[in-house]
Design a protein around this ligand. Structure first.
Ligand code: AMP
Ligand code: GLY
Length: 424
């Protein structure tokens, strides 16, 4: 079967690497991909939201399955686009449809479903320009810190944690009166701050049946010891030691099962991967957010631990046979450390030549912001490469990745050396 994978990050290079281990894949195409995917598959030069080019490529290359890495194509309705086109209906698109992808595409939708299903989450209220004054009063009476969330997709920047009422009032006004996040911020969710330890749990579902993938912990801040600005993710660990069996059972019974039931009751058919972003507080799970896709960099530690053929997992999602899957995972710990561009998450230079990555033998190197340029590979984004290693424990896995990180070179290379340290 010919497969088209959509996206260009470390998550997609990891998916590509895993898909190519399957006998079920004849030819893998990636759009737009990066230098890492170009080395193992065929990159196609169009955006993952360019549905017309995606359609043409599917017809030209006899694609039978489309795997969607990132949220934008899903929230924009790629699944519905394929279902409505008679020349594309035979192609399985792995991911939720537009309505189901609202779990990530609209924070207000996601909070409403959680409330309706009794899923533990932060208390909240939603405001628009129409009830702006009520929002001001709500914020003035809210305990600190106050969390403001742009309703729509804002490339990971739409969540603000405000430590004073003045800051919250300013930001709230910027979002609703001055379009701080454009259309994404015309509705704002104001919610309670959850104080605990963050982790993610991943679910594979055909809408009715589900299976859990391992938990993972992502390190979001640019600086050591979780300081400085938020990034797309500086590293990840899987499994998460504190997410023991008892905790995961609570996640299933209090979050996953009620959510899938609630979606079905609302006539919403959620198929694909579901990312459950959680805060653990006193051993109990609270949902921070749902995402309609796998995480990045969590994929770089979760997929390498999966022993099953990933294409059979995709087929189970498409054929409603997820209940029959028997997923198996490597018991060892996987750690990934992201190498980023100097200056990231602020301004950074692109086009810097990267060397040394081909000499790494003890770890997996997944490309993210990289591009092939004549005979060399150059930086092409903030997050450049994720180095994943296995170990008997977190320390062993992280040390291997840090060792490999020293061997890869480009001007301005930066990475955190404390990934997983808090868990040891
Ligand atoms: P998001 O963009 O939705 O992934 O949120 C970004 C980050 O903000 C999350 O990963 C959390 O670290 C943090 N966050 C979001 N909501 C809350 C909350 N209610 N309480 C505490 N932290 C939060
Ligand atoms: N690692 C967080 C995300 O993928 O949204």
């Amino acid at each position: 079967m010919n497969i088209l994978l959509l996206g260009s990050g470390g998550r997609e290079h990891t998916f590509a690497w895993k898909i190519l281990q399957s006998n079920l894949c004849t030819t893998l195409f990636v759009a737009p991909g990066n230098a890492g995917t170009a080395a193992i598959a065929t990159n196609l030069n169009f955006s993952d939201t360019d549905f017309v080019s995606i359609r043409n490529a599917c017809l030209n290359y006899a694609i039978q399955m489309v795997v969607v890495g990132a949220e934008n194509p899903l929230v924009n309705g790629i699944v519905d686009f394929f279902a409505q086109d008679s020349s594309l209906q035979h192609i399985a698109v792995i991911g939720p449809n537009k309505e189901a992808a609202q779990l990530e595409g609209s924070k207000d939708f996601s909070k409403k479903i959680m409330l309706e299903c009794g899923i533990p989450t932060a208390t909240y209220a939603t405001f628009t320009k129409e009830n702006f004054e009520n929002g001001i009063a709500y914020i003035e009476n809210h305990s600190l810190p106050i969390v403001l969330k742009a309703d729509g997709l804002a490339a990971g920047k739409g969540v603000l944690i405000c430590t004073s009422h003045d800051e919250a009032l300013n930001e709230f006004t910027e979002m609703l009166q001055h379009q701080k996040f454009g259309d994404a911020g015309t509705t704002v969710v104001v919610e309670e701050f959850l104080d605990g330890i963050e982790l993610s749990v991943f679910v594979v579902t055909d809408g009715i049946n589900y299976k859990l993938l391992p938990s993972a912990k992502d390190y979001k801040r640019i600086g050591e010891k979780d300081t400085g600005l938020n990034t797309g993710g500086m590293g990840a660990i899987s499994p998460v030691p504190f997410a023991n069996e008892a905790f995961i059972k609570k996640v299933e019974s209090r979050v996953v099962v009620p959510l899938l039931d609630g979606l079905q009751k609302n006539g919403i058919n959620y198929k694909g991967f579901l990312f459950v972003g959680l805060m653990m507080m006193h051993d109990d799970p609270f949902v921070i957010e749902f995402n309609c896709r796998m995480g990045d960099p969590e994929t770089e530690v979760v997929l390498p631990r999966l022993k099953n053929d990933i294409v059979t997992v995709f087929q189970a999602i498409a054929n409603n046979t997820v209940g029959e899957l028997n997923l198996e995972f490597d018991a060892d710990t996987a750690a990934t450390v992201f190498l980023v561009s100097g200056g990231y998450p602020g301004d950074f230079e692109k086009g810097l030549v990267i060397t040394g990555y081909n000499d790494i033998k003890e770890s997996l190197v997944f490309h993210a912001g990289t591009k092939a340029n004549n005979d060399s590979v150059v930086t092409n984004g903030g997050r450049v490469m994720a180095i994943t290693s296995f170990g008997k424990n977190i320390n062993e896995a992280v040390l291997k990745s840090l060792d490999a990180a020293k061997k890869i070179n480009y001007v301005g290379k930066y990475y955190r050396t404390d990934i997983g340290l808090d868990l040891m």
